[in-house]
Design a protein around this ligand. Structure first.
Ligand SMILES: [Zn+2]
Length: 454
């Protein structure tokens, strides 16, 4: 009886809130986000107290337990951990020394790629050859490559306005370069960091070895380091490089997705997921990628609770584990949902940095896309205007098979790859207002989609 009465009361309260003009609800959501500091404290903990959160590391577990408590404190009805299998890779001592009888000696800033094979402490010493594409590699052939280190030096194209596309045009060197080079007998690979920035931070990221080809050590070099190496090679093509990278692969281990849920009052068995990924690379605090996205998801729960917004559908904030290496967190979440026969209405991911919000991308077409685009009018007071097709994220992608509308949160992405996967992605690089304008925009969009059944 008590449950029934509270349900009726909640439903009445919710319909009262829903009956208010959406503009007023959105104003209160933005006010709340911009005047509460909990999100800032969460971000600081994840960056400064947990730190580089490689899947399976103690730092990542610290982040798991912290965000579990943060979701409880935010007022989620239920919070739980979901077991996820993750790879276990650890970085060791690493260095890159260049020796030239013409140019002199120097040391370059390098960082082993995730899942890379390691060397011993003496490392690999050999000649090096610069290439810009896999075609160039094939043209050179085994004769020129055998026994040498291959240096992939194709930059991200700075003329491309969409920085994700610019990154996408360069990143195959990091992902497939090691096996492409090993097929011609290369001893190791150095890859120019996939970023538009020109600085001395190496940007790491995962590499994938092809089956049946020797796994050779692979490291990213900073863009300034790549430019210097290229200049030196033009003057002295017989210079030598000593590469040391004492990283190791271990058997898979177990980690967790962290999930917090508010039950819907009308359709509790339909779910809207909002998330980011909790893991990061070890050489970085992973503030923009993607502690900020996780914090914004927690904020959705907190803001709903604080303002008494009751969603029709159940809202889940999910901190996905292991996006960076093999996305097993997202796959496990969708797999469990499928087995339980859950209905997933929509899913939103924030994983493009916590910079100033621009809008949202929707994986929709026709009438549904037009309806979603029409929501942009509610966001005009906040200078958030880009509502268009295209969007999602790697953690929520597996939910598409369950029919969930895919939504990507889109901030201003011009500076994102200055931070991405590097030691430059720190707490200090995040602006409180930008973080919270994003939290408010995400909470508002979820509210409108749930309210209007878009
Ligand atoms: Zn990310």
């Amino acid at each position: 009886m008590y449950r029934l009465i509270s349900f009726v009361l909640l439903a009445a309260l919710s319909s009262h809130l829903s009956a208010q003009e959406p503009e007023k609800i959105l104003a209160s959501v933005f006010d709340e986000a911009l005047s509460d500091r909990k999100a800032w404290n969460h971000l600081e903990f994840l960056c400064k107290k947990a730190g580089g959160r490689l899947p399976g590391s103690s730092a990542s577990l610290k982040a798991v337990w912290y965000t579990r408590k943060a979701l409880l404190d935010a007022g989620a009805d239920t919070v739980w951990l979901q077991e996820v299998n993750v790879p276990h890779w650890e970085r060791g001592y690493e260095s890159c020394s260049v020796r030239s009888s013409v140019c002199g000696d120097t040391i370059l800033s390098v960082s082993a790629l995730g899942l890379s094979e390691g060397t011993d402490l003496k490392g690999i010493t050999s000649g090096i050859i610069e290439v810009h594409s896999f075609e160039e590699l094939r043209d050179l052939g085994r004769e020129r490559i055998q026994g040498r280190i291959v240096f992939f030096n194709r930059p991200a194209d700075n003329k491309i306005i969409n920085t994700f596309s610019g990154y996408g045009g360069a990143v195959n060197q990091r992902i497939s370069g090691p096996s492409e080079a090993a097929a011609f007998g290369a001893t190791a690979v150095i890859v120019r960091s996939a970023t538009q920035a020109l600085d001395d931070f190496p940007h790491t990221g995962v590499t994938r070895y092809a089956a049946g080809i020797k796994k050779i050590p692979a490291l990213a070099v900073s863009t300034l380091g790549a430019e210097l190496l290229s200049r030196w090679l033009k003057r002295d093509s017989s210079l030598t490089v000593n590469l040391v990278s004492v990283c190791r692969n271990f058997p898979d281990t177990v980690s967790y997705n962290v999930i917090g849920e508010i039950r819907g009052y009308l359709k509790p068995d339909e779910y809207i997921t909002v998330g980011g990924h909790l893991d990061s690379w070890d050489i970085t605090e992973g503030a923009h990628d993607d502690a900020g996205g996780c914090v914004q998801a927690i904020e959705v729960i907190r803001i709903y609770r604080k303002l008494g917004i009751r969603p029709k559908r159940s809202i889940r904030a999910v901190m996905f584990m292991n996006e960076e290496i093999s996305s097993t967190g997202g796959m496990t979440y969708a797999d469990k949902a499928l087995k339980k026969g859950e209905v997933h209405y929509a899913a939103l991911e924030s994983d493009r940095g916590v910079l100033s919000p621009r809008g949202f991308g929707f994986d929709a077409s026709g009438q549904r896309l037009e309806k979603l685009k029409s929501l942009s009018k509610y966001f005009l007071p906040y200078n958030i205007r880009d509502f268009d097709a295209g969007g999602g994220g790697s953690d929520i992608a597996p939910l598409k098979a369950l029919g969930a509308l895919q939504i990507g949160y889109i901030p201003d992405i011009q500076r994102y790859f200055d931070y991405h996967h590097s030691a430059n992605d720190t707490f200090e690089q995040v602006n409180f207002r930008e973080l919270q304008l994003g939290s408010a925009a995400i909470a508002s969009l979820i509210y409108l989609i749930d309210l209007f059944d878009y």
